[in-house]
Design a protein around this ligand. Structure first.
Ligand code: 7PJ
Length: 277
């Protein structure tokens, strides 16, 4: 399996780290900290220094219950940040959006990948991704962010999420996206109970049967709070790193995380054990 991002080749001989940059005032775990462009850029530089392989830039919060924002607002948040990153670094930038117009503007500003929690189901998103011809992460979500955590239901969560991702792969390939440009993600916390999330994590390795690089986001998510006596987001670091390590052990290709240095140290050790004789 190989992925080409911004002239860099990801061969998945080790797990890669996607550092999260939320350019949102209402983001779930670092709310308000990185709305200003200067502090956003400072944070990007820090994440690059700490070993990030990709920066995931998002302007619209997708946390449970989050409000939607206008297209203009989303563009104003993400585009200047992407342009500025491109002035000092060639690190691959991923754009976390469901909106076709944002995908286009972001890629033209220098983003090298689309991360769509909606798996290109939004209006015009599939056609836009075909046109832009960059790698796309297809994530599973049951419902929509404003209501998805109300009553998530599955008979067999692993099977249903896998089937959904396979269907989205088929739709994308049929529409003209190169099969080597697709990445999959079971979407931890997106229309899933704590038990659903745990079941997906336990069986994570099965997603590799779909033959695509696997991306996972568990960093600081609410399931961690739920299992740690309602620990707030800023006390979920150790557990986030533990889950990232488990995921890496099960051959996850890309870990989407807030805490790059801590995750990088853990993944380095995980990899050393994997490669031991
Ligand atoms: C994810 C994401 C995830 C992908 C968010 C948060 C919520 N994109 N965007 N996978 N989560 N691909 O970070 O808590 O799990 S936003």
């Amino acid at each position: 399996m190989k992925l080409s991002l911004n002239d860099q080749t990801f061969d998945f001989s080790r797990p890669y780290i996607m550092g999260i940059l939320n350019v949102t005032p209402d983001s779930f775990s670092d709310g308000g900290l990185f709305i200003k462009k200067d502090s956003a850029i400072k944070h990007v530089k820090q994440m690059i220094k700490e070993g990030a392989d990709i920066i995931d830039v998002g302007g619209e919060s997708t946390r449970p219950g989050a409000q939607r924002i206008s297209l203009d607002e989303e563009l104003q948040r993400v585009i200047p940040v992407i342009k500025t990153i491109r002035e000092f670094s060639d690190i691959p930038i991923s754009i976390d959006t469901k909106n076709a117009c944002v995908m286009s503007e972001a890629v033209h500003a220098g983003a090298s990948m689309i991360n769509d929690v909606n798996a290109l189901r939004g209006e015009g998103a599939l056609a836009m991704a075909v046109e832009l011809a960059v790698p796309v992460c297809l994530m599973h979500m049951q419902g929509q962010p404003d209501t998805m955590q109300k009553a998530p239901q599955y008979e067999d969560v692993v099977k249903e999420v896998k089937t959904y991702l396979q269907e989205r792969i088929n739709v994308c390939v049929k529409a003209g996206i190169k099969t080597s440009n697709l990445i999959i993600d079971p979407g931890i916390g997106f229309g899933k109970s704590v038990q659903h999330n745990l079941c997906l994590l336990k069986h994570l390795a099965e997603f590799n049967e779909l033959g695509k690089p696997l991306l996972l986001g568990v960093s600081r998510k609410s399931m961690i709070g739920a299992l740690l006596n309602n620990a707030p987001a800023d006390e979920r670091l150790y557990a986030s790193v533990a889950l990232a390590t488990l995921a890496a052990w099960m051959d996850t290709g890309i870990l989407r995380v807030h805490d790059v240095k801590a995750t990088n140290d853990a993944l380095t050790l995980c990899q050393a054990v994997k490669e031991a004789k």
